[in-house]
Design a protein around this ligand. Structure first.
Ligand code: FES
Ligand SMILES: [Fe+2]
Length: 338
């Protein structure tokens, strides 16, 4: 019989220094979901977000390419764009002292800076990041030398196969008072259904629910008496859930904001005239609410200091074990700068 792994140390879920290290070791080096390519149609259209404390943006340039940058001016760190999405007219103008940048990141005009010996605007281009699109979803990577996005997404891409065009969307966003890893681990286990999601457990009937890792993608396999045709339930390292259920594709973006604070962004994509959408969305929101509540109670208990280390089921919590050991390994990497 396999020996059950011990859970990761509780400090990893509450220590601000660990959170800061995760920003560098994990979120500055992996592909993060940013938004929908449908919002980047014309030159100057942009999307912006704060991902694990990094304000970033992606713009459609005049040649039609997507370009990604840190949303930070090289003068004194002002913001280049103010909103989560919008349009810039041919250039970025900093919101602090109005330095002007071209979409290729070059500083065109250090507005009103005045004469300054040895100051070369060519030394003050925007900090670039990577931006790529997969199936209409825009991802960014702060590591400009990162491997292509598809290398991470390939197992999910193959699992999804052909999908209908889903042009309609519904969004919502919820703060959850827990560490981002508590919520991810909840997403990675198919073990908690009976206790937390009674309606889901009843609906699915007698079944097996396995989660296995393929590269950096977790694939849930739910096999019940009705089969699981059309249902996909997946997670992509480090913090994006992707599911297809009753014809609705749900992106669940788990955005860390602090050791005890996480934001969950939901985007539901569906076919325009699908009558079952409302029920599917209500169902997903109920499940997310149940997951959020239990995650907050888990965080409270991790903070309380009684629980030190638990144990993972070799039958049901393989993906959680994979995730925790990867976190521990990455945080131990001395090569990661602080
Ligand atoms: S901080 Fe951007 S122009 Fe001053
Ligand atoms: Fe759940």
């Amino acid at each position: 019989m396999p020996t059950p792994p011990i859970t990761a140390p509780v400090e990893l879920y509450r220590d601000p220094a660990v959170f800061e290290r995760e920003r560098h070791a994990i979120f500055a080096r992996s592909w993060q979901f940013l938004g929908l390519e449908a919002d980047l149609v014309r030159a100057g259209d942009y999307l912006a977000e704060v991902l694990a404390g990094y304000p970033v943006m992606v713009v459609r340039d005049e040649q039609g390419a997507l370009r990604g940058y840190h949303n930070v001016c090289r003068h004194r760190a002002g913001p280049l764009v103010a909103d989560a999405k919008g349009r810039c007219d041919g250039e970025f103008i900093c919101g602090f002292h109005a330095w002007r940048y071209a979409f290729d990141g070059q500083l065109k005009e250090p507005t009103g800076f005045g004469p300054a010996d040895g100051f070369d605007p060519g030394d003050y281009s925007l900090f670039p990041i990577r931006a790529e699109v997969w199936r209409g979803l825009v991802f960014v990577n702060l590591d400009v030398a990162a491997a292509p996005l598809i290398e991470t997404l390939k197992p999910l891409d193959e699992r999804l196969g052909r999908q209908p065009r889903r042009s309609a969307r519904v969004r919502d966003s919820h703060p959850v008072a827990c560490n981002w890893k508590v919520y991810v681990e909840n997403y990675l286990d198919g073990y908690h259904k009976e206790g937390i999601h009674p309606a889901l457990a009843t609906e699915a009937g007698a079944q097996r629910h396995d989660v296995h890792m393929v590269g950096e993608v977790a694939l849930h396999e739910v096999v019940n008496s009705e089969g699981s045709a059309g249902t996909v339930w997946a997670w992509i390292w480090p913090s994006l859930g992707v599911s297809v259920y009753r014809g609705v594709l749900l992106l669940e973006h788990i955005r860390p904001e602090g050791p005890n604070r996480t934001h969950i962004d939901h985007i539901f994509l569906h076919e325009a005239e699908d009558p079952s959408v409302e029920a599917a969305i209500l169902n997903a929101e109920r499940i997310a609410e149940e997951d959020a509540r239990v995650s907050e109670r888990v965080q409270q208990n991790l903070n309380a200091g009684i629980f030190r280390q638990g144990v993972l089921s070799p039958s049901h919590e393989d993906a959680v074990a994979w995730f925790q050991s990867r976190i521990v390994w990455l945080l131990a990497d001395k090569a990661v700068g602080q």
